[in-house]
Design a protein around this ligand. Sequence first.
Ligand code: NIG
Ligand code: FE
Length: 421
Amino acid sequence: MLIHSASQLLTLAGGPQRGLELGQLGLIEDGAVVVREGKIAATGTTLQLQAAYSDEESFNAEGRVIMPGFVDPHTHALWAGNRAAEFEMRLQGKTYLEIMAAGGGIVSTVRATRAASLEELKAETLPRLRNAFVHGTTTMEAKSGYGLDTETELRMLEALLELGKETPLDLALTFLGAHAIPEEYKGNSQGYTDLVCAEMLPAVHAWCKQTDTTLPFVDVFCETGAFSLAQSRQILETAQGLGFPLKVHADEFDNLGGSSLAAELGAASADHLVVTSLKDIAALAASDTVAVGLPCTPFGLAEQEYTPAKEILEADGLLAIATDFNPGTAWCENMQFAIALACRYMKLTPAQAIAAATINAAAAIQREQQVGSLEPGKQADLLLLDVPDYRHLGYRFGSNLVRTVMKKGQFYPVKENYAPF
Ligand code: NIG
Ligand code: FE
């Protein structure tokens, strides 16, 4: 199929974009794209491709913007229950870490998740995945981490694996057994760390073999009240020894050194990065570890500090953005909103935010060869936006600009012609 007459076609061609190179959109005015067997066959101007592919079935984009589907490289999309009461407590003055220390926070979602069956977890999660998809996310990373025991962590991974097979969304799995200290290990974080290393990681490894699944990322919440730097290192090094690729939640509230550890171990990404020092930024920039900013999280917590994108880019780092979609700090499935926040609070231009949400986000989950740009041979995952100019992304917020999602060459219309007046 030839999709033509896009006001702007954003190819994002050329691979992940480091430092101040961020924002190369590969923009083609009056653009067109040829899709064959679920893959991109060609991109160019409407004139060029209509001449070269005159026999191809054609579809008129009618002046819309076409771009790659969003890659959301950091979510906690699978859980049971909700934490609306904690949202209210925070508005009344309690902090996230205070609520966590008092037995709320992540472990309250753990209680609900442990009590939920595989089918219940999938049923609660499916509408959230649909919502992400209609807002343009075609590939999503999703973490376990609300089980904190071997059985429930494996059930979460199993549910995510099934959802990935049963929906058009591509899910990249992450094992986050080291998300919090479960209640039965309260005061014994080292005991729980040892359990993650001795029992959970080998169990996840064996489960992957059994189910013929590629090894997920292994992630650790390196934070005060969660896992110390030494415990994070212990878990990540054990995981690396078993062959798992790595990720780190680093510098969300306190700087324990998690981002430098991520760079040292060659992690795929270090995420959050709010209180990251210039030294850590230099370490990240000297590595291939992608710095993932999560602007929905400080927004969700009504905090003032965001990821220092300018410093990361000036140091020549690789920067991506994600939603951090989770029930505690950021219930937001929508990458368009993450872009709008990144423009305002991380001071990215729309072009930079778009590259951070596509090709660089793909690099953060090691899928830059398959998704994140429109280049021959890559998956035909693309969006038709109901806007005449890409800068409307970021500029506009709070409504959905996606008109049609194409995933692996198949169209999924988003807005019907519903006109109540
Ligand atoms: O990335 N920081 C740790 N984990 C999540 C929050 C999860 C939760 O509160 O349920 C995050 O923000
Ligand atoms: Fe997170």
